[in-house]
Design a protein around this ligand. Structure first.
Ligand code: SF4
Ligand code: SF4
Length: 282
């Protein structure tokens, strides 16, 4: 079972839900932190880092002795990651998507590919949870290759929770694709509803079953609930607006450990998500 936790915007409680779901599963589980620009699942796990893998992408390197400055490479690159002004081109690695196209179109065979570091994938072990965490290096923008490296650690037969980046852009789609079920976390506010609509559109486009967790129930209004009703979307869990939850979060503590009365609520979420994933209804 691969269960992705997503949200149309940041700050809705996606990390809380991901980490808590992993803890409440009880048995061995992979927690994949795909929010590679700001991974923070590790803040809630008291574990040991047991491994680190460097992530690279191929970028072009120009052989000056072969290049005649024709500019074919720059005209080809739609990302403007290589520029030619009638002389040996300049490469801007941060903008390169590693497609290899410039090397292919170079008439002089003057371009070869070299590895360029963009981030790391770390492994942390904490009780029943093995956290695989991707982290983009500062200044890097290419999240999908790091996310793909994180997802390459999925193991057949081992349940996995994917904490995805917020939003509905390419990195989110790279993270969600292949999941069996998506939990969308939202807040009952007009902004929450706006971003929830976008997120629902995305998961429907991908054809993945999903349900909603409404966090901070008690603020805002009932428009998120009305929308879910109209669209026949399952509300899997409602988390009340409880100041103690925010305080536990700020101390890096899991809700279910510092506030045990919430264990039952999250167990319900685990059961509902598993039932919907396996098609048993709810
Ligand atoms: S590898 Fe692709 S993205 Fe990178 S510079 Fe060449 S054409 Fe542009
Ligand atoms: S296509 Fe090749 S020869 Fe032409 S400018 Fe680029 S690197 Fe130089």
């Amino acid at each position: 079972m691969i269960l992705a936790v997503a949200s149309g915007k940041g700050g809705t409680g996606k990390t809380t839900v991901s980490v808590t779901l992993a803890r409440m599963l009880g048995s061995a589980v992979l927690l994949l932190d795909c929010d590679v620009e700001e991974p923070n699942d590790h803040l809630f796990l008291k574990g040991l880092t047991t491994g680190e893998e460097i992530v690279t992408v191929p970028i072009p390197q120009v052989d000056r002795s072969r290049c005649d400055g024709c500019g074919e490479c720059a005209r080809f690159c739609e990302y403007h990651a290589i520029a030619s002004f009638g002389s040996t081109p300049l490469v801007f690695p941060e903008m390169c998507h590693g497609c290899g196209g410039c090397a292919k179109v170079c008439p002089q065979k003057a371009i070869r590919e070299i590895d360029w570091r963009i981030g790391v994938v770390e492994t942390v072990r904490a009780d029943n949870i093995t956290l695989i965490q991707g982290r983009l290096d500062v200044g890097m923008t290419m999240a999908p290759p790091v996310i793909c490296k994180v997802k390459a650690r999925l193991q057949e037969g081992l349940p996995a929770i994917l904490d995805t980046p917020p939003g509905t852009s390419c990195p989110v789609i790279a993270a969600i694709r292949g999941a069996d079920f998506v939990v969308l976390v939202t807040e009952p506010t007009p902004f929450g509803l706006h971003d929830l609509r976008l997120a629902v559109g995305m998961v429907r486009e991908l054809g993945i079953p999903f349900g909603i967790v409404v966090n901070r129930v008690g603020i805002g209004d009932d428009r998120v609930h009305a929308y879910c009703n109209e669209e026949d979307i399952s509300v899997l869990l409602e988390i009340p607006d409880d100041r103690r939850i925010a305080e536990a979060y700020s101390r890096g503590e899991m809700i279910v450990e510092s506030l045990p009365e919430y264990r039952g609520l999250f167990l319900t979420l685990v059961e509902r998500a598993m039932n919907l994933t396996t098609g048993k209804g709810h």
